[in-house]
Design a protein around this ligand. Structure first.
Ligand SMILES: [Fe+2]
Ligand SMILES: [Fe+2]
Length: 215
């Protein structure tokens, strides 16, 4: 099976040999593994996000028609995120998570069940999921910036492809945090019992992230 290895992603280094072609610093195995698992888990997470919002929308909008524009807006952004990672995972030949079918069922179940429990519960679900996802993207951004520092410290330049990846992660992270704000504005904190719902969903997200990085 072809493995990614994100080997096409590498740091550009100014040529010292007279050739105008930039040399590339090969990624360490640890860096390759990190990029593989980052793209894999992000694609799985964005698939789950689209399914959660898709499952929440019918019961929620049926009971609260004024939420339709908000739900469409958040769904459209999640679809954009998913398309981004579908593209990256194909481009770098990263194996998608083997648990696609399981995540699909769980995400749809989570979206539907929280929406039928009411508007506040649906919003508490969004609050919990987006809190974990925001942290998750921040961790990835931090790790990439550490790698960049290392390269620059060794005299290499960071290629545009890596810069673009960090910009993409930052943009998506900001949109996830915007969803979190929308959820809180729409009474996520009034869900009963808020601590239990968000605690369980956040723990589930962390577990799913941990597994999807590996499997
Ligand atoms: Fe997303
Ligand atoms: Fe989101």
């Amino acid at each position: 099976m072809p493995r990614n290895n994100a080997t096409s992603l590498a740091a550009d280094v100014p040529s010292t040999s007279g050739s105008s072609r930039p040399k590339r610093k090969p990624l360490t195995k640890e860096q390759r593994d990190f990029l593989d698992s980052a793209l894999r888990v992000n694609q799985a997470g964005e698939l789950a996000a689209t399914l959660i919002y898709a499952a929440q929308t019918p019961p929620l909008v049926n009971a609260h028609p004024h939420l339709r524009p908000l739900m469409s807006h958040m769904y459209a952004q999640e679809e954009g995120h998913l398309n981004t990672f579908n593209h990256l995972i194909a481009k770098h030949r990263v194996r998608p998570t083997a648990l696609y079918p399981l995540w699909s069922v769980l995400a749809t179940g989570l979206g539907w069940s929280t929406a039928v429990m009411g508007r506040e519960t649906a919003m508490a679900c969004t609050e919990a999921v987006e809190t974990e996802i925001g942290t998750h993207y921040n961790d990835q951004i931090r790790k990439l910036l550490e790698i960049f520092d290392q390269w620059e410290g060794d005299g290499y330049e960071v290629g545009d492809e890596f810069r673009d990846l960090v910009d993409t992660l930052r943009r998506i992270r900001d949109e996830e945090l915007e969803h979190l704000d929308h959820a809180v504005e729409h009474d996520a904190k009034k869900a009963e019992p808020h601590w239990l719902l968000t605690g369980v969903i956040r723990a589930g997200c962390r577990g799913a992230i941990w597994v999807s990085e590996k499997v």
